[in-house]
Design a protein around this ligand. Structure first.
Ligand code: PLP
Length: 384
């Protein structure tokens, strides 16, 4: 199998499985309990929080564990807006993950003014549009660190400078950058930042929101006093332990993995450009998470390519995993200016730790004849 859908999810690292299995077997205590069974779990959560915080350049008191990256995004948006009842404007970008885009649409239905910052043809957000959109009524700016479909990395530091000059806090969704490029909350300067464990070889159903000390935010889930009263509900203890182990392994492997995986991404990108005629690369050539490679294959339906590759046990994606079952054209590809029929031909290849040179060779061997065959069947006319 050649798994090239690592932006959708990643396989659990075997050491994460081991740590979680041991934890599930030996530590059933409730971390809120005062006796030793609970206290030992609480101590383990504290250690885990320290690991995740450390990787983000944060203090452990600034990390709130959530049930997913999606929940972290929702908490950031609704938690900050709720804390500023006098403000009714929200600024985001046109290419956010549905976790933010759908939250924005919900806010619009509630009467909020939402600005969707446009992006250029490489997917970079317009900071000029941000300057124009900020007002005294803006409660929050949320712009993702890198896009899940095309990998474009946003100028988050600049966005933060512009928004902070107007006293507006900034959230960034770093789900697709954490573990791939540097994610340092101090350098980025953001007030809130979301991550998710299953994108970094950890378990599904666990994420975290970094909340900078002093940020005004109110709970999004109400109940007990877990997570310092910011996120009620008995903690997903095994998930948190697994998340921390995955993050620890990231730190261990980062130096070796990053150049190797980026080289595989570049090999795939160049290989497709050289071997498949009339493709369109989507994203920014440089300001990109290089393990995300997105190409449109004009004249074809991406789904046909995906299924043909799947018969060769090569697994890729036609867009973000969350929207792959809907008929809708990707808002990301529309926002970078692709016509609907071109957007529908776009395939995302996302590289991860398990991939090798041979995997890329296999794709570069199988893909060109598949594209060629489908173009013949569909009587594709490149001049039409
Ligand atoms: N944000 C981005 C950019 C993502 O790519 C994803 C997952 O696809 C999410 C948020 C949602 O994370 P989770 O699957 O943990 O809810």
């Amino acid at each position: 199998m050649v798994y090239l859908d690592n932006n959708a999810t990643t396989p659990l690292d075997p050491r994460v499985v081991e740590v979680m299995t041991r934890f599930l077997r030996d530590h059933f205590g409730n971390p809120s309990s005062l006796y030793p069974l609970g206290r030992e779990c609480r101590d383990m959560l504290t250690d885990a929080r320290e690991v995740v915080a450390g990787a983000l350049g944060a203090h452990r008191s600034e990390v709130v564990f959530t049930a997913s990256g999606t929940e972290a995004d929702n908490f950031a948006v609704f938690g900050v807006l709720e804390a500023h009842p006098e403000k009714d404007e929200f600024i985001t970008s046109a290419i956010e993950h549905p976790a933010i885009l759908e939250s924005a649409k919900f806010l619009e239905r509630k009467g909020f003014k939402v600005t969707y910052l446009p992006v250029d043809e490489t997917g970079i957000v317009s900071v000029e549009a941000l300057r124009d959109a900020l007002t005294g009524r803006t409660a929050l700016v949320s712009v993702m660190h890198a896009n899940n479909e095309i990998g474009t990395v946003q100028p988050v530091e600049e966005i933060v400078r512009i928004a902070h000059a107007k006293g507006v806090p900034v959230h960034t969704d770093a789900v697709q950058t954490f573990g791939k490029i540097e994610v340092d909350t101090r350098k980025l300067g953001v007030d809130l930042l979301s991550v998710s464990a299953h994108k970094v070889y950890g378990p599904k159903g666990i994420g975290a929101l970094f909340v900078r000390k002093g940020t005004d935010i109110v709970p999004f889930i109400h109940g007990g006093h877990q997570e310092k009263g910011l996120r009620a509900g008995t903690e997903n203890t095994a998930g948190i332990i697994g998340f921390a182990e995955a993050v620890r392994i990231l730190g261990e492997r980062a130096k070796k993995d990053k150049p190797r995986l980026e080289a595989l991404g570049e090999k795939l990108r160049r290989g497709i450009e050289e071997r498949v005629p009339r493709v369109k690369f989507n994203g920014h050539a440089e300001k990109r998470v290089k393990t995300t490679v997105n190409f449109a294959f004009p004249g074809l339906e991406a789904e046909a390519i995906l299924l043909a590759l799947a018969t060769k046990e090569i697994y890729v994606s036609t867009g973000s995993a969350c929207s792959s079952e809907s008929e809708e054209v990707s808002p990301v590809l529309t926002a970078i200016g692709l016509r609907p029929e071109i957007a529908r031909s776009a395939v995302r290849f996302s590289i991860g730790r398990t991939n090798t040179d041979e995997d890329i060779d296999q794709v570069l061997g199988e893909l060109p004849p598949i594209v060629e065959k489908f173009r013949q069947i569909s009587a594709y006319d490149p001049n039409a």
